[in-house]
Design a protein around this ligand. Structure first.
Ligand SMILES: [Zn+2]
Length: 355
């Protein structure tokens, strides 16, 4: 009984801490920042963007099942931390279960406005469960999901500081003839073509004033090169979501070095992604000041990874609390901070002016 009482007390204390931290974040949000959350879904992806106009876009929704682990983490960040009442736009980068595992459940439990994807294929050879999963998605979106193509702008409201979200590639088609010439194009060493849906991933460029953020889903090697050859349509950017959880079949230096991000966040799991070769490429990026990892790669020497203070979660999945990372861009787009969790230290970065 005494044990039960102490458990109840410590849970209550935990909740109090949580509420006070959340209040701080909400107050800050009224100041017109652009907030980009990287929610930990143990090696899947769930990237929540909240604009100064209060619009929300969730790109990918983690794994299904696991007693609602990823669903609950997304709802906790969206509802309690970001203070949202619903998700206005929910995008699927590609049709793998670690990316659209909870779109249907989110629509039922939290609310989703518009569904965006790359178009729904008739079948997916790598996933025998696809017909059932896609039936749930179709039902949740009432068959009204909108297919995105390269070059298209996703209609987000823009305020005093101009904001835009452009599709750089989708369904293996990329925008062409835009941006500076890629001086790293020769770094592409072709690999066998990837027939899976990874190579069909949607990549987007988010611009807010001078600030630029790129996320490419699970785009793989040859498509990454295609996206930035001969021209790089994103230019040099500020923030990069390391592609495909940091796996070695993605993060082609021809793309990563051309984007030349100042900061990056890798959505890896304890035993998925965070590959040694990817970390080597990040270290080679000329303008890179710091990358963050959602997880420590438990199988890789610590000296090859980000220092511990830039790693959100260091324990295996079974014990993981699912700490998130937030990039918060100032209302004028001229600077940003990146922090781990509500109480994490904000690390400051200045937005680059030359792209
Ligand atoms: Zn994935």
């Amino acid at each position: 009984m005494r044990l039960l009482k102490s458990v109840v007390l410590s849970v209550a204390a935990c909740c109090l801490v949580q509420v006070s931290a959340v209040t701080t974040l909400r107050a800050d949000q009224k100041t017109g920042t652009l907030d980009i959350y990287f929610i930990d879904v143990e090696g899947g992806a769930a990237n929540l963007i909240v604009t100064p106009e209060g619009e929300s876009l969730l790109i990918d929704s983690g794994y299904p099942d696991n007693q609602g682990r990823d669903l609950n983490r997304i709802i906790a960040v969206a509802g309690e931390v970001a203070g949202l009442k619903r998700i206005d736009h929910a995008m699927v980068s590609h049709w793998h279960l670690d990316h659209f595992g909870n779109h249907a459940a989110l629509a039922a439990k939290f609310g989703v406005g518009t569904f965006w994807d790359r178009g729904i294929p008739d079948s997916l050879s790598e996933d025998p469960g696809f017909p059932d999963r896609i039936a749930a998605y179709r039902a949740a979106s009432q068959n009204q999901s909108k297919a995105l193509q390269a070059g298209q702008l996703v209609p987000l409201k823009s305020g005093k500081t101009p904001l835009s979200l452009k599709v750089l590639c989708a369904s293996r088609e990329a925008v062409v003839g835009e941006g500076p010439e890629n001086t790293f194009a020769a770094r592409h060493q072709p690999q066998p073509d990837d027939p899976t849906d990874n190579s069909a991933s949607i990549a987007v460029l988010l611009r807010f004033g001078e600030f630029r953020y790129v996320t490419c889903g699970d785009l793989t090697w040859n498509m990454e090169a295609k996206l930035v050859t001969p021209r790089n349509p994103a230019g040099r950017i500020d923030l990069f979501m390391v592609t495909h959880h940091g796996l070695a079949v993605s993060n082609n230096p021809a793309l990563v070095l051309a984007l030349d991000p100042v900061a990056a966040v890798m959505c890896n799991g304890p035993k998925k992604g965070g590959a040694e070769s990817t970390l080597k490429t990040l270290r080679e990026v000329q303008s890179m000041q710091q990358w963050f990892q959602l997880h420590r790669n438990v199988d890789l020497d610590g000296s090859l990874q980000a220092p511990a203070e830039f790693i959100a979660n260091s324990v295996p999945t079974a014990d993981c609390q699912g700490q998130w990372v937030l990039a918060r861009v100032a209302p004028d787009g001229a600077s940003y901070t990146i922090q781990i969790g509500s109480d994490g230290k904000p690390h400051s970065f200045r937005t680059r002016s030359e792209h």
